[in-house]
Design a protein around this ligand. Structure first.
Ligand code: S3P
Length: 434
């Protein structure tokens, strides 16, 4: 693998991948750790926080809200402001590229009596916010947005009341936003999600002493509870590890071990999918740390992958892994059908369009569907000049496509990888074997 400058990645094909890899801290859990420790009472110390641009944006916003956050001996030390200690920010809060920051933080800001404005980069300013504006307004917050419910959002909150609400789309960001607003509201808030989504907020809140009832797809939370500061550990990000696991599954003779990676059951379905497609997946050393399951995950390529069908009810549990899954599907025998995945169209970019276009340039037989894609595996791809569409997961998926393809692949606009995985190139470079 060669790199000419930070924004262009040249990728050469390799024979197999091999080695152990330490991953950056889980992005979803890192955001929650920063926000929840900021509204907890007392000092939290967080080990393993992710330092991608999205999580740095969350830290920046919490500092502007008056929270003291510093780094000490590789830990993030957060002096929690308590439930009523946040301060009105003097300026707009910039969430940059991070939908998680904007949506989860809105749940907290909707409960503050002060005025705040949340904005982001050109991608985030195109992402749908009605999904949080509607329920938070029902709870009593005043929220304004641009035409079409797009950011910037301006919020004047306070005096929330609990609601009963069924989410129109399964989204852990929206669910978490409403759980946090519910913590500040009068009475009980009941939230129902159509399909199971990641449950890190629920787990971390419990770890910090909050009572919350969860039955299948329903959550009930009573307002007026306090969070206790705790020492937190962030496991490795399985959504980042998925790129290396995908490469190992594709290339026969590969063996990659993901160290200390989070395998929360609402996040690890990708491993089951790889197994069902024919990869050899083993999980060792399972532990529970801070309410989250952590393990070492070993993935070996058998050279015999088959296509798979993924339907709507499973999509939220695999949503961030679909770009790499599409790459794996190109190397499998037979058809892979991904359906009920409309949400892919409103991620950092329209991931359905991006994958169909860019993998198409590499020779994939991939067809766009309204709510997903159909891939006819050909067992190979060829190197091409492709682009990331400014989306970190598209860039990394293309990098894996590149090492598995014949010839050289050039990825333009690859700098966005730093949004969730600074250091990705070097880690990949160490794994590839010729
Ligand atoms: C996330 C939830 C998912 C996911 C995103 C992170 C989270 O988004 O795609 O990368 O941390 O809650 P949605 O909740 O919008 O599906």
């Amino acid at each position: 693998m060669r790199t000419s400058d930070d924004d262009v990645l040249y990728i050469e094909s390799c024979r197999y991948v091999e080695g152990e890899v330490d991953l950056p801290g889980d992005k979803s859990i890192s955001h929650r750790a920063i926000i929840l420790s900021s509204i907890a009472k007392g000092r939290s110390s967080i080990r393993g926080i992710q330092k991608g641009k999205d999580c740095l944006a969350t830290i920046g916003c919490m500092r502007k809200l008056g929270v003291k956050i510093k780094e000490e001996n590789n830990k993030l030390i957060v002096d929690g402001a308590g439930m009523d200690g946040l301060k009105e920010p003097e300026d707009v809060l910039n969430c940059k590229n991070s939908g998680t920051t904007m949506r989860i933080l809105s749940g907290v800001l909707a409960a503050q009596r002060f005025y705040s404005v949340l904005t982001g980069d050109s991608s985030l300013r195109k992402r749908p916010m009605r999904r949080i504006i509607d329920p938070l307004s029902m709870m009593g917050a005043e929220i304004l947005a641009r035409e079409g419910f797009f950011p910037p959002l301006s919020i004047r909150g306070g005096n929330l009341r609990g609601i009963n609400y069924t989410l129109p789309v399964a989204s852990a960001q929206v669910k978490s936003c409403l759980i946090l607003a519910g913590l500040y509201a009068r009475g009980k808030t009941r939230i129902r999600e159509p399909f199971l989504s990641r449950d890190h907020t629920e787990r971390m809140l419990r770890y910090m002493g909050v009572k919350l009832d969860k039955k299948d797809l329903e959550i009930e939370i009573s307002g007026g509870q306090e969070l206790q500061a705790r020492d937190l550990f962030i496991p490795g990000d399985i959504s980042s590890g998925a790129f290396f696991a995908g490469a190992a599954a594709i290339l026969k003779g590969s063996c990659v071990v993901l160290k200390k990676v989070g395998i929360n059951p609402t996040r690890s379905l990708f491993l089951k999918v790889l197994e069902d497609m024919g990869a050899d997946v083993k999980i060792h050393d399972r532990k529970v740390i801070c309410e989250e399951e952590v393990a070492e995950v070993e993935v070996r390529g058998t050279g015999d992958l088959k296509g798979i069908r993924i339907s709507e009810n499973l999509i939220p549990q695999i949503i961030d892994e679909i770009p790499i899954l599409a790459v794996v599907a190109c190397f499998a025998r037979g058809k892979t059908l991904i359906e009920g995945a409309m949400e892919l169209r409103v991620k950092e970019t329209d991931r359905i369009k991006a994958l169909v276009n860019e993998l198409g340039k590499m020779g994939a037989r991939i067809e766009e569907k309204k709510d997903g894609m159909l891939i006819q595996g050909e067992g190979m791809l060829k190197g091409a000049q492709v682009k990331s569409w400014g989306d970190h997961r598209i860039a990394m998926a293309l990098a894996i496509a590149g090492i598995c393809a014949r010839g050289i692949t050039r990825i333009d606009n690859a700098q966005c990888i730093d949004i969730s995985f600074p250091g990705f190139r070097n880690k990949l470079f160490k794994l590839v074997k010729n």
